[in-house]
Write a protein that binds this ligand. Structure first.
Ligand SMILES: NC(=O)c1ccc[n+]([C@@H]2O[C@H](COP(=O)([O-])OP(=O)(O)OC[C@H]3O[C@@H](n4cnc5c(N)ncnc54)[C@H](OP(=O)(O)O)[C@@H]3O)[C@@H](O)[C@H]2O)c1
Length: 181
């Protein structure tokens, strides 16, 4: 399996979502997410973002597919309608296989798994995740979906200063897979 990175925002109890949406509104994190997932070293390439069907549906229609990124949506429902330019995959493994095919692998620089909870869980089980870009929000939100335990296998390598936006205090952190050390 091709290696990939995860991008996620978590509250203090590793909550990620509520009722199919983000429990918070944090525009600086949206900008950070866009920057991390869009930036490429080679300007002729793009990155791929893999997401679950529910996360796809949580993106407002006017913002999807996410621009300047290859969008890959996981669904087991063959009838689920997606725009032509979006790649559908019936498993995480199938998504990586598709991205490894010659025509796409030439175009795609990095692969990011961008949620939701069920896909994060499966992605971490593969052990092919190198880096987790984790925005930590220092609040407790009501959540119904959570990020799995990951600290045993990942080491924090970077953390920004604490930042404030409205009522929210947060920081941007980076974790790397311990096997890389
Ligand atoms: N905090 C964050 O950074 C962050 C990021 C992303 C999302 N979220 C939040 O996370 C929540 C959604 O998470 P979720 O766990 O409920 O849903 P999800 O992971 O986004 O989507 C689940 C769906 O994806 C499909 N799927 C998952 N694994 C698959 C596999 N191996 N093969 C084929 N299809 C697969 C299935 O779709 P079908 O049912 O169609 O088969 C499944 O029902 C929302 O609240 C969202 O706002 C938070």
């Amino acid at each position: 399996m091709k290696s990939f990175d995860i991008v996620v925002a978590l509250d203090q109890r590793n909550g990620v979502g509520l009722n199919g949406a983000l429990p918070w509104s944090l525009s600086p994190d949206m900008q950070y997410f866009k920057q991390i997932t869009t930036r490429t070293e080679d300007p002729s390439k793009i990155n791929a973002v893999i997401m679950g069907r529910k996360t796809w549906e949580s993106i407002p229609e006017k913002f999807r597919p996410l621009s300047r990124r290859m969008n890959v949506v996981l669904t087991r429902n063959k009838d689920f309608v997606l725009p032509e330019e979006v790649l559908r995959a019936e498993s995480l493994e199938a998504a990586f296989q598709e991205l490894s095919k010659q025509d796409l692998s030439k175009k795609v620089e990095k692969v990011f798994v961008i949620g939701g909870a069920s896909v994060y869980g499966q992605a971490l089980e593969t052990e092919a995740c190198q880096t987790i870009y984790l925005t930590r929000i220092l609040s407790d939100f009501k959540c119904d979906t959570f990020f799995p335990q990951f600290e045993n296998n990942f080491k924090e390598v970077e953390s920004s200063d604490l930042e404030q936006h409205g009522d929210l205090t947060y920081c941007f952190t980076v974790f790397q897979n311990k096997t890389l050390f």
